[in-house]
Write a protein that binds this ligand. Structure first.
Ligand code: SF4
Ligand code: FES
Length: 372
């Protein structure tokens, strides 16, 4: 009999990678799935049933843009039938009044809306799409429906200096919760790191802005600050530990310990088309690869911090060293720390203006800012 702590708490259901936006820091893997390979409605319903049986408590419907799935309401309804709390993560593009009403009726409990910058010009330029005004309308519709509005801003060199305006905009739009998430450098963000990574000075100023805002706002809005780990001494306990708390189902049905992990080429991820979710969670080699402490090399193996940070992020270790077992290079004790230090050094000398982004997209072309 497994202990409750061994069961996943949350399921991230990446129902599609299709998206009208092209954010250069997108958390989707660089190799995006096409529509033809997406799970069908019935296959997703089976995943949600199995998640309920496994003891999952909440599901985050995300993408890409989940609203592009016309069956989203059916999937939301199925999640609710399985007793799951349902959070919808959206760009807001396509969120008509009718769609909000239907989604609420189907069982959505909260909506998380992303926003790129406090003004349309910069926002649209970051997203590679004219989305800002549509987001404003979406926020108003979510509020009018009575659903809690949670907002999320990914922070980087182009919008960090506007943090105060950003927080004010989210207050004005009626956010109940605001996640200020410094970009994490995997996948698309790693591709664009020379345009995105802020300087230490920018970060320190932004942190002071955040602290003042937190004091002013009090508990009126739940404000969260997600650290930029490149400027830390020690890594974050990424995902609360590999395969400990949550799982992600990719659009094609592969089950991942985290969204970015499909970029780890040395692991094979099982698919819900072939295996039950419970088997994948408990038994699969990919989920067991970095559980516990036995897999750890030195210096993690004999480090007093390992029970706190689990050796950091496996995806970051793979992307920066080619070895997913390696100590996260963010750690000052890592033999690969120079991989992070060099990037931080080059950010210090870089131009503060946004240069050309490599926009996220299904096409292997480099979409430029002119798309906005
Ligand atoms: Fe964490 Fe490993 Fe660094 Fe210790 S050596 S702080 S366990 S990453
Ligand atoms: Fe995958 Fe950190 S993002 S383990």
């Amino acid at each position: 009999m497994k202990k409750a702590a061994d069961l996943p708490y949350a399921l991230t259901a990446e129902v599609t990678h299709r998206c009208p936006l092209h954010c250069p820091y997108c958390s989707n893997p660089v190799e995006l799935q096409r529509r033809e390979s997406e799970l069908s409605t019935d296959e997703w319903c089976r995943v949600l049933d199995q998640a309920g049986e496994l003891g999952v408590a909440q599901v985050h419907f995300t993408g890409g843009e989940p609203l592009l799935r016309p069956d989203l309401e059916r999937l939301v309804g199925r999640a609710r039938e399985n007793g799951l709390y349902v959070n919808l993560i959206t760009s807001g593009v396509g969120l008509t009044e009718e769609r909000v009403r239907q989604l609420k009726e189907a069982g959505v409990d909260s909506v998380q809306l992303s926003v790129q910058a406090p003004n349309a010009e910069l926002s649209d330029s970051i997203a590679g799409f004219r989305a800002h005004e549509l987001k404003r309308q979406a926020a108003a519709r979510i509020r009018a429906s009575g659903l809690p509005l949670h907002m999320n801003v990914v922070l980087h060199r182009a919008n960090l200096p506007l943090l105060e305006e950003m927080i004010e905009l989210c207050e004005e739009w009626g956010a109940e919760r605001l996640e200020l998430a410094n970009a994490q450098y995997y996948g698309w963000a790693l591709r664009n790191i020379s345009q995105l990574l802020p300087t230490r000075e920018q970060l320190e100023e932004a942190e002071a802005v955040y602290a003042r805002a937190k004091e002013r706002i009090g508990d009126r809005i739940e404000l969260l600050w997600i650290l930029p780990d490149y400027y830390e001494q020690y890594p974050k306990p990424c995902m609360g530990g590999w395969g400990r708390l949550s799982l992600t189902v990719a659009p094609d049905g592969r089950v991942l310990p985290c969204t970015a992990s499909s970029d780890i080429r040395t692991l094979v991820f099982e698919n819900v088309k072939e295996r039950e979710l419970a088997w994948i969670w408990h038994e699969s080699p990919s989920f067991n690869a970095y559980r516990g402490y036995d897999w750890m090399p030195e210096p993690c193996r004999s480090c007093e911090r390992k029970e706190h940070d689990y050796g950091g992020c496996r995806c970051q270790a793979f992307l920066l060293t080619g070895d997913a077992r390696a100590t996260d290079p963010v750690c000052v004790r890592s033999p690969h720390r120079s991989a992070v230090a060099e990037r931080v050094r080059s950010a210090a000398g870089a131009d503060a203006a946004t240069a050309d982004y490599i926009y996220r997209g299904l096409e292997p072309v480099e979409l430029r800012r002119s798309r906005a």
